[in-house]
Write a protein that binds this ligand. Structure first.
Ligand SMILES: [Zn+2]
Length: 329
């Protein structure tokens, strides 16, 4: 827990945004406290109504089950129903701890680490993180001053080395000789939020589709000179397009730079490259979702954990709120 990276992060977080491992232990000492927390998220005023009695009823916790029962008819309500925790056989506290770890590091956390610290197997840890990541995708539009850029993930080492060496030209983009490479499109508001999407290609049609979908009209969009961006102003919508000429080694010219998005690229490459040694194309988007989720809440300190935890209830299936069929084993 006390690696040098974590200590460095702690020092930079203001007091009121800190949430230490001691805080975690105090708030969630056992599985019951975790279940109670989920219940309070889903029923902030408590479970006050019984669907079977059709009346306001008190409910009490059922010992040995993840359920609360109506005091009159005994009908069970399962707070975990419809959530990613519904059918788990792993303890709730381990799940909460996984979310805590995910929310407390800047560069991500590996399944290996939680495997070392808890009793779960690597496979279980990997599945937990996958499920938690599934809660972190977001849908919004960015505006005003926006940088847009592409990068590539995976592919043959030869191409990776060239990119790491700073070779950034059309020849560094994927061709038929390197089909393993997955393009990632990044759209970053200056000093604001980021959107990152794994895409099939970087054709003009694909990039213009992303502009229309994710950037509000009237925004100024900064890109490099890659030709697929050429049609931005032709989209109408009042978009302004400013280009940075990387090939001419002009990286910063007045406000025409793409430093914000490049900062984000280095963050995810350090993170995904360092923590998740092999990310398959299939799951790349969920890793991007994890990184963007944290990046977009970087002013929350390690209270990001609380945001992740809130997603468990927020993204629960609405049909799962009181179903006797969803009892966990
Ligand atoms: Zn009842």
């Amino acid at each position: 827990m006390a690696g040098s990276r974590e200590i460095a992060v702690k020092q930079s977080i203001p007091q009121h945004l800190r949430y230490s491992f001691e805080d975690f232990n105090r708030q969630f000492p056992d599985n019951d406290a975790c279940l109670e927390h989920i219940k309070e998220q889903r029923w902030p005023n408590g479970i006050t109504y019984c669907e079977t009695c059709k009346a306001d009823k008190k409910h009490h916790r059922v010992t040995g089950r993840t359920a609360y029962a109506c005091e009159t008819c005994g009908w069970h309500i399962y707070p975990l129903a419809g959530t990613i925790l519904e059918k788990t056989t792993t303890s709730l506290r381990t799940w909460f701890y996984a979310m805590y770890l995910m929310g407390s590091t800047r560069c991500g956390i590996s399944a290996k680490q939680i495997q070392r610290e808890t009793s779960v197997t690597y496979k279980t840890a990997w599945r937990m993180f996958k499920q938690i990541r599934s809660l972190l995708s977001e849908d919004f539009q960015v505006e005003t001053a926006v940088e847009m850029d592409e990068t590539y993930f995976g592919g043959r080492p030869r191409f990776r080395q060239r990119r790491q060496a700073g070779v950034k030209s059309t020849t560094g983009r994927p061709g038929p000789d390197d089909p393993q490479k997955t393009p990632i499109i990044g759209i970053v508001e200056r000093k604001g939020r980021v959107i990152a999407k794994a895409t099939r290609d970087v054709k003009a049609e694909t990039l213009m589709g992303m502009v229309s979908e994710h950037i509000l009209p009237e925004s100024t969009i900064y890109t490099d000179e890659f030709r697929s961006y050429a049609g931005i102003e032709k989209l109408g919508q009042g978009y302004h397009h400013k280009r940075v000429h990387h090939s001419a080694k002009v990286y910063v010219m007045g406000d025409a730079h793409t430093n914000s998005v490049e900062g984000f690229w280095s963050l995810i490459k350090r993170g995904i490259g360092g923590v998740y040694h092999a990310v398959s194309q299939e799951y790349l988007q969920t890793y991007l979702d994890e990184y963007t989720y944290r990046y977009n809440r970087r002013d929350q300190g390690n209270l990001i954990f609380m945001s992740i935890l809130a997603e468990v209830s927020r993204r629960a299936r609405q049909d799962g709120q009181a179903s006797p069929q969803t009892e966990s084993a």
